[in-house]
Design a protein around this ligand. Structure first.
Ligand code: PMP
Length: 301
């Protein structure tokens, strides 16, 4: 669970987070039009640093553009507000969440006014990330919306309802999470994480255009290339995934969750050599222990 710091940044000023809320009868709450992005920060020898914050801000602005929200703040302000709330929080490790939602208190499907409030909050994580391999379920009829219906590179609240129901179904079936298929029946992604398989030493993940451009996904691909691990960004058939040697999910808050079972069948190696190497490389990059990746960090002090 994530606990929000007492102060958050709202439209240019620090305010008590307990007082900042989207109106109940507004578009964000009634229609799910709130867009958001979630980055992370980590303790380094030079104090806390945000990981790939510029990329999170760029994706946040893209989500807002796709949904048609008008933001009064530029990239630099959104980055500076993040370092400010992290510094204020006094935490070494946690998440930073950018949100934008319409100021108009109207739930009409297409509202007249597209000017948005923007909030930036630091959050501490209560539970340490899970280390033991997870069980995932894949259902033939649990699919991501086609890109023409809902662009997969938009992080809008309303996009998560279908995936939430699929995850509930997976939990009821005894799994920890679900991996959704794309409209053609190939592997897409989990509700809030990208999916990877390791097949005969090659790291394989579905291509962009069908999945969210995960920033952890991108980091994993870059670090794998550094390591000389062959990578494939290609359609990933379900049977290749279920018979993979290793598999894992990636997201900012995980950042890597090794998969142990798919639909009740154990994989050959949960947390095998490729997964283990990637876990080590990401941790080093986030904690300021990999000078070759210092450009990924934004120091808070
Ligand atoms: N896919 C979806 C649908 C997500 O919501 C997330 C979480 N942002 C991810 C993948 C992972 O992305 P990232 O590594 O940038 O957190």
């Amino acid at each position: 669970m994530a606990i929000t710091a007492p102060l958050l940044w709202l439209d240019g000023a620090l305010v008590a987070s307990s007082t900042a809320g989207a109106p109940l009868m507004g578009h964000a709450a009634q229609r799910g039009s709130l867009v958001f992005d979630v980055g992370s920060f980590h303790g380094t020898p030079r104090g806390p640093a945000l990981f790939r914050a510029r990329d999170h801000v760029a994706r946040f602005l893209r989500s807002a553009r796709i949904v048609g929200l008008e933001l009064a703040f530029d990239e630099k302000t959104l980055l500076d507000s993040a370092t400010r709330v992290v510094a204020e929080s006094g935490c070494e490790d946690g998440l930073v969440r950018w949100s934008a939602f319409l100021r108009a208190r109207e739930p009409d499907l297409v509202p007249r006014d597209h000017a948005a409030h923007v909030a930036v909050a630091a959050q501490s994580l209560q539970d340490p990330p899970r280390r033991d391999p997870i069980r995932v379920a894949v259902f033939d009829d649990a699919r991501k919306a086609a890109p023409e219906v809902l662009p997969p590179d938009t992080k809008a609240a309303g996009a998560y309802l279908g995936p939430m129901l699929a995850r509930k179904r997976a939990i009821a079936a005894g799994a920890d999470d679900v991996v959704l298929l794309d409209r053609d029946g190939d592997i897409a992604e989990a509700p809030i994480a990208n999916a990877f398989a390791v097949v005969a030493g090659t790291l394989w993940t579905p291509p962009l255009g069908r999945v969210l451009p995960g920033i952890t996904r991108d980091s994993v691909l870059a670090l794998a290339r550094d390591e000389g691990i062959p990578v494939r960004e290609e359609r990933l058939p379900l049977d290749v995934f279920t018979s993979a040697d290793e598999a894992f999910l990636t997201s900012t808050s995980l950042p890597i969750a090794p998969i142990g079972w798919v639909n009740g069948r154990p994989l050959r190696e949960a947390s095998g050599p490729v997964t283990t190497r990637i876990v080590e490389r990401i941790a080093a990059a986030q904690r300021g222990a990999d000078p070759s990746r210092d450009a990924w960090l934004t120091y808070v002090r």
